[in-house]
Design a protein around this ligand. Structure first.
Ligand code: 6PG
Length: 478
């Protein structure tokens, strides 16, 4: 019996996806650079379904049903190119190579182009949900040709997570790099969500004076409301955890330096190139980077800060409610920014991405899964051409209702010297978009002053320049 799909690269994500396929009744060919991982998978989980262990690349390819479907689960970057170079010569026109790693979408575009010349479909796909998701149902974001989705999609729909309404958390995202682009922005939003949660925790601790265990309780109650999400839920679990060795709250013994593998950074780099203001995501990336500068932080430790007093019990409880509002409002802004980036990328690269479908497949399986995504799905369902999430009536109403508390929280943070780059960047974005007039007029006038960069006027067509070094009369430029 030939295999429906082959998986090469059997580290945790690869083996868990292989097992997920097998548990859904697919025959799965297995391959790994060293045979030990293949053997281990067969030994530990061989009884979960039909596996075909193979040793050589030739054997692996020969085990696959045609058109062949070959899933690569290796470290993103050069290892992916190396594996493609190894297998592509053994494949035939119509075969499908799937890359499930966190590849940069530009690499995916290149690989897709190169393999297309050989008639091979290359599907760069985002897979979110960590190890557990890979095994029990991830959110899957495949790019590539529509034809490849025709053969692969039904299989992915089976192994993907299901949203509450039963819909699978996967869909054809769009051609070439679209899937990896969307996964990249997913991760950028993931960074922003995590940063906002971290800021909420910091405020509840430093301003309201709550202990980690008490904050865990607060997060638990939030998780019963509109903030219901995987990340809020695990936050409560982390905060409630006590370190066995010291008896201290676990969060107090972990080094306070957050690392990153790079997808959040890519989101911001790409956003800069596309000219999309993703300030919330950018602050989240910078916050991780700042935390890692141990020497800089040590050298700055004696700088003066405000004398902060913690709130009394009643004020603390009120403050916690306000922080919930600030967190929710800031979350609306990060998703607004992230979806703006997807929309812009889609236009730039001609992907024709359905934003409502993206919200829908993020409802389950992925790290940012949340009740909130039902609302975004609903927003696009009622208006598919929604220009921005903030122009959705319900989100506009909710953020409007939250804004006063949001300001109170940011002001309290400033007064207590608690850094809230995520909350305050989100608020600045909100206020900038709302503004009747922005001081950008002054910036543009300065540009015209020192560099004759010209300006447009609100009251007349055309571009103009003022003779700043002369009699300051206005000339029509261009
Ligand atoms: C997911 C995650 C995952 C990501 C890690 C770590 O969607 O399952 O986004 O793909 O690689 O969570 O990312 P960082 O190391 O950059 O924090």
């Amino acid at each position: 019996e030939k295999a429906d799909i082959g998986v090469t690269g059997l580290a945790v994500m690869g083996s868990n996806l292989a097992r997920n396929f097998a548990r859904h009744g697919f025959t799965v060919a297995l391959h790994n650079r060293t045979k030990a991982k293949t053997d281990a998978l067969i030994k530990d989980h061989g009884d979960e379904g039909d596996f075909v262990p193979t040793t050589t690349a030739e054997e692996f390819v020969a085990a696959l049903e045609r058109p062949r479907r070959l899933l690569i689960m290796v470290k993103a970057g050069e290892p992916t190119d190396a594996v493609i170079a190894e297998f592509a010569p053994l494949l035939e026109s119509g075969d499908v190579i799937i890359d499930g790693g966190n590849a940069h979408f530009e690499d995916t575009r290149r690989r897709e182009r190169e393999l297309r010349e050989q008639g091979i479909h290359f599907v760069g796909t985002g897979v979110s949900g960590g190890e557990e998701g890979a095994l029990n149902g991830p959110s899957i974001m495949p790019g590539g040709s529509a034809e490849s989705y025709g053969s692969l999609g039904p299989m992915l729909e089976q192994i993907a997570a299901k949203a509450k309404d039963g819909k699978p958390c996967t869909t054809h995202i769009g051609p070439d790099g679209a899937g990896h682009f969307v996964k990249m922005v997913h991760n950028g939003i993931e960074y922003a969500d995590m940063q906002l949660i971290a800021e909420a925790y910091h405020l509840l601790r430093a301003v309201a004076g709550y202990s980690p265990a008490q904050i865990a309780e607060i997060f638990r109650t939030w998780n019963d409301g509109r903030l219901d999400s995987y990340l809020i839920q695990i936050t409560a679990e982390v905060l409630a955890h006590t370190d066995a060795a010291t008896g201290k709250p676990f969060v107090d013994v972990v080094a306070d330096q957050a690392e990153q593998k790079g997808t959040g950074r890519w989101t911001v780099q790409v956003a800069l190139d596309l000219g999309v203001p993703v300030s919330g995501i950018a602050e989240a990336v910078f916050a991780r980077s700042l935390s890692g500068h141990a020497e800089l932080r040590a050298a700055s430790r004696d700088l003066p800060g405000p004398r902060g007093t913690t709130l009394d019990e009643k004020a603390a409880a009120r403050f916690a409610d306000q922080v919930e509002q600030a967190l929710y409002a800031s979350k609306i802004v990060s998703y607004t920014q992230g979806f703006h980036q997807i929309q812009t990328g889609s236009e730039e690269y001609g992907w024709d991405i359905d934003l409502g479908a993206i919200a829908s497949i993020w409802r389950g399986g992925c790290i940012i899964r949340a009740a909130f995504l039902d609302r975004i799905t609903a927003a696009y369902a009622s208006r598919p051409d929604l220009p921005s999430l903030l122009s959705d009536e319900r989100f506009a109403q909710e953020i409007g209702a939250a804004q006063e508390d949001w300001r109170t929280v940011v002001a309290a943070a400033v007064q207590h010297g608690v850094p809230v780059p995520g909350f305050s960047a989100a608020l600045a974005y909100y206020d900038a978009l709302r503004a009747e007039r922005l001081p950008a007029a002054l910036t543009q006038a300065q540009r015209d002053f020192f560099g004759a960069h010209t300006y447009r006027r609100d009251d007349r067509e055309g571009t103009f320049h003022t003779l700043w070094g002369g009699d300051r009369s206005e000339t029509k430029a261009g």
